[in-house]
Structure formats: structure tokens, C-alpha cells
Design a protein around this ligand. Structure first.
Ligand code: SF4
Length: 67
């Protein structure tokens, strides 16, 4: 059974994407599934803060902003 990412409550990407039907594929695949493969999660394991533009697959989306 898929587990939720431990970063769910503090991750800005999860917050942004979970309210957007078109982007919920990300949260289903990563945040509530294969979170160990998420580039943001992997950075957090190294105590590094992921830039807001970093997507779970390691690509970037410059349209993402902090607000
Ligand atoms: S985007 Fe990555 S770090 Fe953020 S909640 Fe989803 S799986 Fe976790």
C-alpha cells in the first residue's frame, strides 16, 4: 500500500498541486505514492531546501512561485 510522503504538511508543491485537478497526477504518483523517488524529498534527506521551481521528477517549472 502506498504511503504518504513525510513532508506532505510542509511541502509547498503538495499544497499547490493538490488543489489543481490537472496537477494531481504529481501528488498521486509522488506525494501519496512513490515519494522516495521525489527530487524534493531526496534533497530534504540531505537537509537541503528545494527551490520552489523544482518538480518531483527533477525538472523545473519556472512558472511556480512562492505565493
Ligand atoms: S513534492 Fe515531493 S517532497 Fe513534496 S510532498 Fe510530494 S513527494 Fe513529498
Amino acid at each position: 500500500m502506498a504511503e504518504n510522503c513525510p513532508k506532505l504538511d510542509e511541502c509547498p508543491i503538495f499544497e499547490k498541486f493538490s488543489g489543481d485537478a490537472a496537477k494531481q497526477i504529481w501528488t498521486r504518483h509522488y506525494c501519496k505514492g512513490n515519494y522516495e523517488a521525489c527530487a524534493r524529498y531526496q534533497l530534504s534527506l540531505k537537509d537541503k531546501k528545494a527551490p520552489i521551481t523544482l518538480l518531483p521528477d527533477g525538472s523545473t517549472d519556472e512558472s511556480l512561485t512562492a505565493d
